[in-house]
Design a protein around this ligand. Structure first.
Ligand code: ATP
Length: 410
């Protein structure tokens, strides 16, 4: 096949990222040419250039040793370089954009989920080791500029299809499942039929058991950061990635929420009975772990103590049930829990408590003679008084506090 000619890629980079990055590429290319290396823009960078989307980084592949190239580049350019000698790759760090340089290579996976055996190769080898056809294109940046598209990524990009390069792709590297969900949801692309079957088959053969908790967590985190995370979630459930019973929860819309919320939204896609199992599959930081734990506690609290439709006469029971629950956890329950009846009751309760404001603070209570060990009890009395309408002002609060102090004098 005749190589497809393409406009000057350096100029495309200049348009997208500005003069500085274009000139950097000119210098890297000049050095690669002197070393006799072919040099290509590859992977997601080609995909995003063709789609005219913002570039997050620049991926380069050289037919030669990437470490040798960056060593030479560092002689003429003042840039930070991180070298990964074992993998013959390097990252040039400059400003907001990183330039990843890999030595073109072939990869063979000895067994599922293991690290691949790597051999230096040409650009076609390098494209063959990639995840999807849309990420397996290269543009030569030493002249003549041309598109290398041996896996037919351009057609898939035009058609809006995510397609693996071969059927063993997901068993070789199960993290590609998550990458597939990310691309399909980000670009609103379809998943090719054979790719779909290959993914289902790899999941049913427990391919995810071959990757560590940390890698699984990292992949899910990347998925949660996607702009169209709701769609990515749907694939996650549709493909039965975790093999857990689902809750059938369809109400979730979490695109604009924070990370802790998103984890809870994902959790609430599953049946409450398997929440602990869900947590055991991931390696989360303390903030997320605490939030999820509080959410699970709230779910079981509500499950074992039916929530009441609150009004002024009975609100104290619900107050004592929920007073330890942090507000963001209640917000998460309202946003994510599939039991709409309980959600409505909790919302009513939150509405009541939102209307109430206690004027006295702990220092004010101590000044009125409250022992510091009793502050929390007195705050409860004030809250209940306010929620039931018996306390309506600061002076009502002070009267209640004085009465409490008198009753509790030794
Ligand atoms: P994103 O916009 O999500 O960062 P990207 O395509 O730039 O997308 P990277 O993770 O930066 O993704 O990877 C760069 C390129 O390396 C990909 O486009 C793909 O060609 C290749 N690649 C990355 N991860 C894998 C993988 N697990 N298997 C095969 N190829 C991969």
């Amino acid at each position: 096949m005749e190589p497809e000619m393409i406009g000057n890629p350096i100029e495309l980079i200049r348009e997208q990222l500005g003069h500085e990055y274009a000139e950097l590429l000119v210098e890297i290319t000049r050095t690669a040419t002197l070393l006799g290396f072919g040099i290509f823009i590859v992977g997601g960078t080609v995909r995003d250039l063709i789609l005219k989307r913002d570039l997050k980084d620049i991926d380069l592949s050289v037919t030669g040793d990437a470490i040798l190239l960056v060593d030479e580049v560092s002689k003429s350019l003042d840039v930070d370089i991180v070298r990964y000698r074992k993998f013959r790759t390097a990252t040039i760090k400059t400003g907001r954009i990183e330039i990843d340089v890999v030595s073109a290579r072939s990869e063979v996976y000895p067994n599922s989920g293991a690290l691949p055996e790597v051999k230096l190769g040409d650009i076609h080898d390098d494209l063959k080791r990639r995840d999807f056809t849309i990420n397996a294109m290269a543009i030569s940046i030493n002249e003549p500029y041309h598109l290398v598209d041996s896996e037919d990524g351009r057609s898939d990009l035009n058609a809006g299809t995510v397609r693996v390069l071969h059927n063993r792709s997901f068993t070789d590297d199960p993290t590609r499942l998550f990458r597939m969900f990310r691309y399909a949801s980000r670009f609103d692309f379809d998943i090719d039929e054979n790719t779909y079957i290959a993914a289902k088959s790899a999941i049913s053969k427990q391919c995810l058991a071959t990757i560590s908790k940390e890698r699984l967590t990292n992949e899910v985190l990347l998925m949660l950061e996607e702009p169209h995370v709701d769609n990515a979630f749907r694939y996650f459930i549709e493909f039965d990635v975790l093999g857990l019973p689902v809750s059938g929860n369809e109400k979730i819309s979490i695109e604009h929420t924070n990370l802790e919320f998103k984890w809870i939204a994902l959790l609430s896609m599953y049946s409450e009975d398997c929440y602990e199992q869900f947590c055991s599959m991931f390696s989360l930081d303390r903030k997320n772990t605490n939030m999820i734990k509080d959410y699970i506690d709230l779910c079981s609290l509500i499950k074992t103590n039916d929530l009441l439709a609150v009004d002024r006469t009975n609100i104290s029971a619900t107050y004592f049930l929920l007073k330890q629950v942090p507000r963001p956890v209640m917000d998460a329950y309202v946003a994510c829990h599939p039991n709409q009846l309980n959600v409505n009751m909790l919302m009513d309760y939150m509405m009541y408590t939102d209307q109430v404001k206690i004027n006295l603070d702990p220092i004010g209570l101590i000044n009125l003679g409250v022992d510091r060990h009793h502050i929390s009890d007195v705050m409860d009395i004030l809250m209940i008084g306010a929620l039931t309408g018996k306390i309506a002002s600061r002076s009502d609060e002070e009267k209640a506090v004085v009465q409490y102090v008198n009753e509790h004098k030794i």
